[in-house]
Write a new protein. Structure first.
Length: 609
């Protein structure tokens, strides 16, 4: 700082100890007797300004600038004027003043740069020098301790970028709360990669894999910036297609609003939520639409929708993860690698594209978003009950029963097939009351009432146990007090515990209750076994490095019950594994495997056709 960046004090000292303060470039030039040529054209910093010497008007002594410098943040505090031609071109200065945005670490700068900027601008113009100041906290190691080389916990930037990826680091920074210290380390970076980068890359890789296998390519209209908003006019979009496009518009609106306010974290979290929806709902629920060799209208719509979403998403994330977005963009738009695009010089970068613009959602889109949110709440409750039941997800079950209001019922009926497939149940039924799915166990809360009632507690507890259960539950759920043997009990002093009826697993949230019937018939068991067989054949396909569109022949040898299940669901197994032939016999082929599950043994062999 003393060598260059420090504020060169405008004080010239003479050999006899006297000094002068020089007030401007013009005065210094007029007084200079040496060194002006070396200084002219430079900012007033060392070493250039130190060349200039002046003469004392009375004694004739030659004066040199004192070697001292001021705090460099004082120098930085005047940049809103010194770098914008405030003294030489006032119109230019007015065009750019004040700055839209500045940012620096708050702990280090609120008493330095931020203060000096405001103080100097207040003196000169009585105005704020910037419209927005972002001051963020500091960076520590993952244990919350300062990083030091001597301590061995410092991570050098290039090392982190090489090991974790620059884009992973950028996402970690962008999602951080400004007011909180960032605990930096490889565990935090790995979480970002696992939660965000890999799911996005997997969706992109899924699309590229199937598009290449089918020879699908986008036409010029799909590459247009507004293609997403005209897809419905060209393709027979499914409900899922229309939903993900509505989610895309909703996410773009949020990101545009928050980045315009220089608030990166909510923007990044909105993108994370969208990637989760894209990966774990849209793509997962649409996978089968990409299978098969026939290019149906529905398959065309699925390709066009996912392509449009990915190209818009690449533009949306470009300021946050510039490298990942560029790789995606070059391949999706230009069909080349980043290196090839640079060599050819004819492919435009994602960073040259217009940023996605916010668009108001129409009533249909808002209604669809609301409907799908309700459906996913029902599905989440259904998954909750399946997890409690310990029944495998691949094992079909007979039904779920739902207790909900009319809006939820309409949403469920609209998406009945999707819910049944997602939860692997054969049917959906509705009930009017939760009591159709559960019984209730009520009891006095001893922790609260023991001290309150003292010796009367056993008497009141006994009286509560003999009251009609429905009456007690209704009062507690309504938040009303209960009169029990002359004593008033508050709702939170009574414990109401739902007990699922026999054969049911029950879960509830936000006024929605789902009951899963876990009763298994022989037909359901057979279908569950067939699904286990499908999984193992497809695992063997992966081990054989087959393409997603390759057809195979499959031979198998199984225990009697498993063989009966395969025979009963042979068409289902063939379709799900792309087997043109499924034969019982001694397993043969280029790849074979043996496995045991659910008390059964299976040996399979596959051969590419």
């Amino acid at each position: 700082k003393k060598r260059y960046w420090g504020l060169a004090l405008p004080i010239w000292e003479y050999p006899d100890g006297t000094f002068e303060v020089i007030g401007s470039f013009e005065e210094l030039k007029a007084r200079a007797v040496e060194g002006w040529e070396q200084f002219e054209g430079h900012t007033p910093h060392r070493p250039y300004i130190d060349h200039v010497k002046i003469r004392h008007p009375v004694t004739g002594l030659i004066g040199r600038r004192v070697p001292d410098v001021g705090n460099p943040w004082l120098d930085a505090g005047i940049v809103a004027y010194s770098t914008l031609r405030y003294r030489t071109d006032r119109a230019y200065w007015e065009r750019w003043f004040p700055a839209d945005f500045i940012t620096e670490s708050f702990p280090g700068q609120f008493r330095n740069w931020f203060y000096s900027l405001i103080a100097m601008s207040t003196v000169l113009e009585g105005k704020m020098p910037t419209r927005t100041i972002l001051g963020y906290a500091t960076l520590l190691d993952e244990k919350g301790e300062p990083m030091h080389k001597s301590k061995g916990n410092a991570i050098e930037f290039n090392e982190a970028a090489d090991r974790a990826g620059a884009d992973v680091m950028r996402w970690l920074y962008a999602r951080q709360r400004y007011e909180d210290n960032l605990l930096f380390g490889y565990n935090a970076l790995n979480e970002v990669r696992r939660q965000v980068i890999l799911p996005l890359w997997n969706v992109y890789a899924f699309f590229v894999t199937y598009a290449n296998a089918d020879g699908w390519t986008p036409d010029a209209s799909l590459k247009a910036h507004d293609a997403a908003w005209s897809l419905a006019q060209r393709f027979a979009l499914s409900t899922l297609d229309r939903w993900i496009l509505a989610r895309l518009a909703e996410t773009i609106n949020t990101v545009d609003e928050r980045l315009s306010a220089f608030d990166a974290r909510p923007a990044v979290l909105a993108i994370e939520s969208f990637i989760e929806d894209l990966s774990n709902w849209y793509v997962r629920r649409s996978r089968e639409r990409f299978w098969g060799s026939v290019m149906t209208d529905d398959k065309q719509a699925a390709y066009a929708t996912l392509y449009t979403v990915l190209t818009n998403l690449a533009r949306l994330i470009a300021p946050i993860v510039p490298f990942l977005s560029e790789v995606m963009w070059q391949n999706l738009i230009n069909g080349v690698s980043v290196e090839a695009a640079q060599d050819n010089g004819d492919a435009f970068s994602v960073h040259h594209q217009p940023y996605p613009e916010a668009r108001p959602l129409d009533e249909e889109a808002r209604a669809l978003l609301r409907e799908m949110a309700l459906v996913r709440t029902v599905v989440a409750l259904g998954h909750n009950t399946r997890a409690q039941s310990k029944v495998k997800v691949r094992q079909p079950l007979s039904k779920i029963t739902i207790v909900a209001n009319d809006e939820v019922r309409r949403a469920v009926l609209s998406q009945r097939a999707l819910i049944e497939d997602e939860l692997n149940v054969k049917s959906i039924e509705f009930a009017d009351q939760e009591s159709e799915l559960v019984t209730y166990r009520v009891a006095a809360d001893a922790r609260k009432l023991g001290k309150k009632l003292g010796a009367d507690f056993p008497r009141v507890r006994e009286a509560l146990a003999h009251m009609p259960t429905d009456r007690v539950v209704s009062a507690v759920r309504a938040g009303q007090p209960l009169q029990v043997d002359g004593v008033e009990l508050l709702p939170d002093e009574v414990i109401v515990q739902p007990v699922p009826r026999e054969g049911l697993i029950v879960a509830g949230e936000d006024g929605i209750v789902v009951g899963l019937d876990t009763t298994l018939t022989e037909t359901l068991i057979q279908e569950g076994l067939a699904r286990e067989v499908i999984r193992r054949i497809n695992d063997l396909r992966k081990a054989a490095n087959l393409n997603v569109s390759d057809r195979i022949t499959t031979t198998y040898k199984a225990t009697p019950r498993l063989a009966a299940a395969i025979a009963a669901f042979s068409e289902f197994v063939r379709n799900e594994t792309l087997s043109i032939a499924l034969r019982e016999g001694e397993p043969e082929g280029t790849h074979t495997d043996t496995d045991s599950f659910d008390g059964e043994t299976l040996t399979i062999g596959i051969r590419k056709v």
